[in-house]
Design a protein around this ligand. Structure first.
Ligand code: LLP
Length: 434
């Protein structure tokens, strides 16, 4: 389905004209398409139908309550990594019995909170953490359901910062050590073994790393099932999306879900499911998946306005009102985001330009030497595929307010987060009383 496309010369999100949104409510602003998020969720859910499965949306990708609510209403579970995320999920009407609690450094308070709320499983990453959870559960006279996170040592062939399933990473327990840790877990009085989990990395665009990891871990899962009667196997998230859209190849439509049509090959949901279904089906266990980016990445854009054009020697810069504090992915991972004008240009000249933010760092860029139609002062630009790991990684650096967020559904438009004010910026600060 199309969620962002030109209509009457203006970029629309579903049926909402983005230029009008910017006029009325200002920039920088994240805009998400509810229809796209639901479409992605439903496609994945349908493709996984042959398995007993639960989609646990990785809240870290985009944790706005309105988005969590959309997914909770579809019956989604949630993969959380902090007490704060659990709090959000509950505030959005999510079911704690469908929540898995991941992360290498859970705190006392977080473990206690998740135990009280009866999460589905703690995904445990070390023996030390296991012992800690056992002690806290004992003190509360409760049992903690746990899955150990297996580290299958496969190379997901993605950016080093978002690769998690190889021996060098801090994540999970090596396969040759896993059985021993399960044995210790079985002896802990307040631990209930309920599953096994893995996650090999993010923005993975080939099927082989997923298939390899499942192949390596499946025999262990089978053993664990017969020994401890585990109920589920979570294969994590990590499905990549297309960041370079069909605009790059000259097409006028920006396709969200039909990645097959885009300039770059996209690992489709069907391709992924076809590869993982046979080995998973044989296990006869409940299968959990933890997608984040796949569901929300292409469903959002960051809308920004060009403040100034600056020329330095042969270089041209467009200085926009969004900065690295609003969307840090290009600065942090050198990641590519398509950037398109909100007003369609019929006869676009092409030029090379740097699209940069107002923050005082040279790393504050969205595109370097990018071939673009002519960009002028006052133009509105849409930074595409910003729905995942966009707002959630935003900061107040340079004392810039966090941007606003909005959700579109058909021709309806809802503000789902106010832009911060200057007052908000200092509201938590306290003058020392000495
Ligand atoms: N499960 C676990 C245990 C994870 O650590 C993650 C992501 C996911 C699921 C969801 O992965 P996804 O389906 O979204 O690929 N900030 C980075 C991405 C960090 C991913 C961290 N873990 C970025 O902007 O690319």
């Amino acid at each position: 389905m199309h969620s962002f496309r030109y209509r009457d010369g203006q970029l629309h999100c579903e049926d909402v004209d983005l230029a009008r949104v910017a006029e009325k409510f200002g920039t920088p602003r994240y805009i998400y398409s509810a229809g796209t998020i639901l479409d992605h969720y439903r496609r994945l859910d349908a493709a996984l139908a042959p398995l007993d499965h639960l989609i646990c949306y990785a809240v870290k990708a985009n944790s706005n309550r309105a988005i969590l609510k959309l997914l909770a209403e579809e019956g989604a579970g949630f993969d959380i990594v902090s007490g704060g995320e659990l709090y959000r999920v509950l505030a959005a009407g999510g079911d704690p019995a469908k929540c898995t609690f991941a992360g290498v450094g859970k705190s006392f308070d977080e473990i206690q909170y998740a135990l009280e709320k009866r999460v589905y499983s703690f995904n445990v990453e070390s023996e030390a953490e296991l012992e800690y959870i056992d002690r806290i559960a004992d003190a509360k006279n409760l049992h903690a359901p746990i899955a150990l996170r297996a580290n299958p040592n496969v190379d997901p062939r993605t950016h080093e910062y978002i690769s998690t399933g190889s021996r060098e990473n801090k994540f999970g327990i090596a396969l040759d050590h896993l059985a021993a840790v399960y044995e210790s877990a079985a002896k802990m009085p307040n631990i209930d073994i309920v599953g096994v989990q893995m996650h090999i990395g993010s923005q993975i665009t080939e099927v082989a790393p997923f298939a390899d990891a499942i192949k390596k871990v499946a025999p262990i899962v089978r053993d664990l099932k017969s020994k401890y009667g585990i109920k589920f196997f979570s294969i994590g998230g990590g499905l990549g999306i297309v960041y370079e859209s069909s605009f790059a190849s000259g097409s006028r439509d920006w396709w969200n879900a039909d990645h097959e049509t885009s300039a770059k090959h996209q690992l489709s949901i069907q391709e992924y499911v076809d590869a993982i279904l046979p080995p998973l089906g044989e296990l006869k266990l409940r299968i959990l998946v933890e997608p984040g980016r796949l569901l929300v990445g292409n469903a959002g854009v960051l809308l920004t306005r060009v403040r100034y054009i600056k020329r330095t020697g042969p270089k041209k810069f467009a200085i926009v009102d969004a900065g690295m504090n609003d969307l840090i992915r290009p600065a942090l991972y050198h990641s590519y985001h398509e950037i398109i004008p909100v007003r369609e240009l019929n006869n676009p000249g092409h030029e090379k330009i740097d699209i940069v933010g107002p923050v005082c760092e040279s790393g504050d860029f969205f595109a370097l030497d990018r071939e673009m139609p002519e960009v002028r002062e006052g133009d509105l630009l849409a930074i595409m595929s910003a729905g995942a790991y966009g707002f959630v990684m935003a900061s107040n650096y340079n004392s810039r307010s966090l941007p606003a967020e909005a959700l579109v559904r058909g021709d309806e438009f809802a503000l789902i987060r106010k832009r911060q004010t200057n007052k908000d910026l200092i509201s938590g600060e306290i003058d020392p009383q000495w």
